[in-house]
Write a protein that binds this ligand. Sequence first.
Ligand SMILES: *[C@@H]1O[C@H](CO)[C@@H](O)[C@H](O)[C@H]1NC(C)=O
Ligand SMILES: *[C@@H]1O[C@H](CO)[C@@H](O)[C@H](O)[C@H]1NC(C)=O
Ligand SMILES: *[C@@H]1O[C@H](CO)[C@@H](O)[C@H](O)[C@H]1NC(C)=O
Length: 354
Amino acid sequence: MLIIPSRGALLSVYYPQIFLILTSGSYLALSSVVALGANIICNKIPGLAPRQRALCQSRPDAIIVIGEGAQLGINECQHQFRHSRWNCSALGERTVFGQELRVGSREAAFTYAITAAGVAHAVTAACSRGNLSQCSCDRDKQGYQDREEEGWKWGGCSADVKYGVEFSRRFVDAREVKKNARRLMNLHNNEAGRKILEERTKLECKCHGVSGSCTTRTCWITLPQFREVGRTLKERYGEAVQVEPVRASRLRQPAFLRVKEARGYRKPADTDLVYLERSPNYCEEDAATGSAGTRGRLCNDTSTLADGCGAMCCGRGHDAHRYTRAWQCDCKFHWCCFVKCSTCSEKSQVFTCK
Ligand SMILES: *[C@@H]1O[C@H](CO)[C@@H](O)[C@H](O)[C@H]1NC(C)=O
Ligand SMILES: *[C@@H]1O[C@H](CO)[C@@H](O)[C@H](O)[C@H]1NC(C)=O
Ligand SMILES: *[C@@H]1O[C@H](CO)[C@@H](O)[C@H](O)[C@H]1NC(C)=O
């Protein structure tokens, strides 16, 4: 998420055409960044690492797509965790990618993976739409390498996932400037997110021939729905692996990660999400861990799962809010020509954590 704090609102007054994604999640459409001069925009985005700022300046068209990709990741994160105590919000430093969790927990692992995958997805999709200047459909899959022996050939527009993934690597990974264990964790999770995106791409085909006889087929690669990536990453989150840094020598920086408490030495798998530290319980607001707490969260008073008021409110109890829901019903068509409805209503209530 490209976040321009309070200054953002001001900026948008002077440069109404700038596409700024504000913390509140509101978008201001930006028709042309290029017209404005990449320097101005790239210097105004806070929290960019030097290599990210350089990439922003050389590819101002891509910075918008990167922002969309980060937002895609954040929205999906909020969807996947809507019933959990941790709902993908964090207290802490605002960065290009939203607010970051300080603890190297499995939640932090998820946010890195989904953001890296989101950026790769958005860039690939923009390439296919022709919205980015340096990429398009995957040229390697445009009829050259025919698969006649398998009864089909490449056709249509194959998503250039390799390009999107490489772009995400260049931009997202460039924020890891500190040489510590957390960097290794973040880079691993970024890569895991992108790998899962790549694994979910699909071959789609179309039949050609007289009345759909399918004498020939053309096929192309499509991106998965991002929801599918979110679902897979949520499963990986459930099975996330705790790791510990290994130093090449006592004084050196951590060189790689290994599975903690494994018998013997074992590296985590490429698509595992990895974390260094145990998660806080996210019950109370705590700036030190980045926990936003669950005060005011909606809960379900009959559920015994994570969204139930017992678990969600951590034993603090909950408040009931009663309201009446009204809608149009029993609509009848009268000759001629109007529709008459009655109003139905229902008493309803929601619960929020104390
Ligand atoms: C992307 O391209 C489509 C049409 O190809 C256009 O309607 C849309 O505005 C473009 N989006 C951006 C952000 O340039
Ligand atoms: C997540 O929870 C926090 C703390 O209760 C709340 O302020 C925030 O609005 C919630 N975010 C979403 C997207 O539900
Ligand atoms: C609350 O939980 C119960 C049991 O899990 C479920 O049947 C019901 O649909 C939930 N209510 C809401 C409003 O989500």
